[in-house]
Design a protein around this ligand. Sequence first.
Ligand SMILES: *Cc1c(COP(=O)(O)O)cnc(C)c1O
Length: 426
Amino acid sequence: MTQPTQWRPETIAVRGGYDGDSATDAISVPIYQTVGYKFHDTGHAARLFSLEEPGNIYTRIMNPTTDILERRVAALEGGVGAVAFSSGMAAITAAILNLARAGDEIVASTSLYGGTWTLFTSTLVDMGIRVRFVADDALSDADALFTPATRAVFVESIGNPRLNITDIQAWAALAHRHGVPLIVDNTFCTPYLAQPLKHGADIVVHSLTKWMGGHGNALGGIVVDGGRFSYDNDRFSYYSEPDASYHGLVFASLGEAAYITRLRVKVLRDTGAALSPTNAYYILQGLETLAVRMRQACTSAQSIAERLAAHPQVSWVTYPGLPHHPTHDLAQKYLREGLYGSMLNFGVKGGAEQALRVLDRLKLWLIVANVGDVRSMAIHPATTTHQQLSPEEQEMAGAAGDLIRLSVGLEHPDDLYEDLAQALEG
Ligand SMILES: *Cc1c(COP(=O)(O)O)cnc(C)c1O
């Protein structure tokens, strides 16, 4: 197979990592719905287990269908390898656990997906890993948060819920100045809109559940490694010193494969949040249309954002494609030309009560706590995803009562806008 990294993303999304099944010549990726694999003999089995020879051992750590998904996403992001997980949250947890242990620390932006926020402020804390937060617009204060215990920096390429485009180069410079890798959650962009590894990020994570799969029918997550960060030093002693669970293997000696190999053979092996082969297939099928879906969804979101901004019942619109958005210039730097994502937030005149009335009048938009589906979805964060926060906290988190959040799908943009207009005017 020719090197998929030389292809454009449209081609990689359809053909990357797969050139027909070696056993059957099937051109659609087969679903290898198996747990075990027959060893040729006991010597073969022993060599696979000691990592002397590559090959399938057990579907918790590798599977031929999942392998194609991993190769395809690694090629789309320009990474050296990828490991898939059963959900985005499982991928984020594993990406962190491959770097941080009890007593260690992470530095993260405050603009985070809700599930990541509670992982960082609750579950990781219970495990003895402390996360220190910095607002994405206060990067100059961040140096003070680093200590000898810091192991990584974590940001999202488009922050929740302000839809701020992250200055990846600046965050990468910060992380590298302190000797740690930068992890970027690229879910809201997908590699079609932005490739964080090209701008200095070291590791990319995704919820494949959202735009990558795109059809709202399968949970999945993935970690892609750029292979450039060197773990061969005292800060990462569990890479630079022999690992007892692999007869003294020194992961750092694997060079650019150090992080991704340890992620699979240690973190995934021991914590077990493997993606099912059938879900890998659903996500691969969705991925084949990534480029056309993203183009249409972003174009529709832009047109709906512009029309909402001119509507008399709308008090404000947050969309990175509008010239007044605070990070419109960063969008031009990091995102594919003319595309600004398919999420938009707007406020209705009349506050929370009116926002709920507008949502209840919608006929085409679905009220759903998900994003990145072919179906367009709307939600009122203040009474759902951000319900537990006080009004002041909601305001600070960018989820005030008048806010309606939209995830624009693939229905005709005029139908989508007309439904919003009748609900606003009704
Ligand atoms: C949905 C989402 C996640 C979590 O993914 P799941 O697949 O739902 O576990 C993480 N980050 C972002 C930005 C998300 O949108």
